[in-house]
Design a protein around this ligand. Structure first.
Ligand SMILES: Nc1nc2c(ncn2[C@@H]2O[C@H](COP(=O)(O)OP(=O)(O)OP(=O)(O)O)[C@@H](O)[C@H]2O)c(=O)[nH]1
Ligand SMILES: [Mg+2]
Length: 267
């Protein structure tokens, strides 16, 4: 038995409140990654037939949370992971991370949530951890229009370290509890417009009350999972047709191309 298998077998089961059986819905239709009501059929079938490849065995998706100082990145992660809220501001120095395990459509799936520093003086340390992110969450404070104005800069910094086509982007407005409905709806107009321009899914939350926090992370986990399984199916589809290994024209090593591919958990 390999070390990896024995290590996996001692993991406790996924918490009951981290089980996702249905696709959580978007927050605003105008700025959603997609508006389908259910998981992709191919993904559902693959999960039923346990054909999800590396997803469910080794796959951990890296999520980075970026945005101006004190917009509430740490509080957002703490509300979700620890169901806690601290009203005192303690700047994040560099980075922190939390691991969250889910079960999506019966398949184990983990998110590694990286909480990064917004303060300028810690940014250079934090940005070295941006690499390899599958999901980028850019946070702004719905009571601070300047923090929304800085979103593009955060996006640019995050994408410098990542393949822009492989990243799922979320724009999240924080501290919703502090704004009146009228103030909120005004900033939401701007946020939705920006989200559409940068192709991000938009959400607004409060870590103080917990409003939409769980819904948001469930949506992140589900969309990341769906994308990973689809990528996995595409990979195995191009590798194998009806059980016959296809040797594609770009392959210059027959032996290597017909060998079973090793799973790569760090893609
Ligand atoms: N009312 C209210 N206050 C919040 C909320 N989220 C965060 N705060 C407060 O905002 C301040 C900053 O929160 P943090 O989560 O530490 O901010 P951060 O984005 O992690 O800041 P850096 O680590 O410096 O980048 C703290 O005093 C929090 O209590 C919220 O949803 N509602
Ligand atoms: Mg912080």
């Amino acid at each position: 038995m390999s070390v990896r298998v024995s290590a996996m077998s001692v993991l406790p089961p996924v918490r009951r409140d981290r089980v996702i059986a249905q696709l959580p819905q978007y927050f605003r239709k105008e700025a959603a990654f997609h508006t389908k009501e259910d998981f992709n059929n191919k993904v559902k079938t693959a999960c039923q037939e346990q054909r999800t490849g590396t997803v469910g065995r080794f796959k951990i998706s890296k999520v980075i949370v970026v945005g101006d100082l004190a917009v509430g990145k740490t509080c957002l992660i703490n509300r979700f992971c620890k169901d806690a809220f601290d009203k005192n501001y303690k700047a994040t120095i560099g980075v922190d991370f939390e691991m969250e395990r889910f079960e999506v459509l019966g398949v184990p799936f983990s998110l590694q949530l990286w909480d990064t520093a917004g303060q300028e003086r810690f940014k250079c340390i934090a940005s070295t951890y941006y690499r390899g992110a599958q999901v980028v969450i850019i946070a702004f404070d719905v009571n601070d229009i300047a923090s929304l104005g800085h979103v593009r800069q955060w996006l640019e910094d995050a994408l410098k370290e990542n393949d822009p086509t492989g990243v799922q982007l979320f724009l999240i407005g924080t501290k919703k509890d502090l704004s009146s409905p009228a103030q909120y709806s005004q900033i939401e107009q701007d946020a939705l417009k920006l989200a559409q321009e940068i192709k991000a899914e938009y959400w607004a939350v409060s870590s103080l009350t917990g409003e939409n926090v769980k819904e948001f992370f469930f949506r992140v986990a589900s969309l990341a999972f769906e994308t990973n399984v689809l990528a996995e199916l595409e990979k195995s589809g191009s590798r194998q047709i009806g059980g016959v290994v296809r040797i594609n024209s770009t392959s210059n090593n027959l032996h290597a191309s017909s060998k079973k591919k090793q799973p790569n958990c760090c893609q």
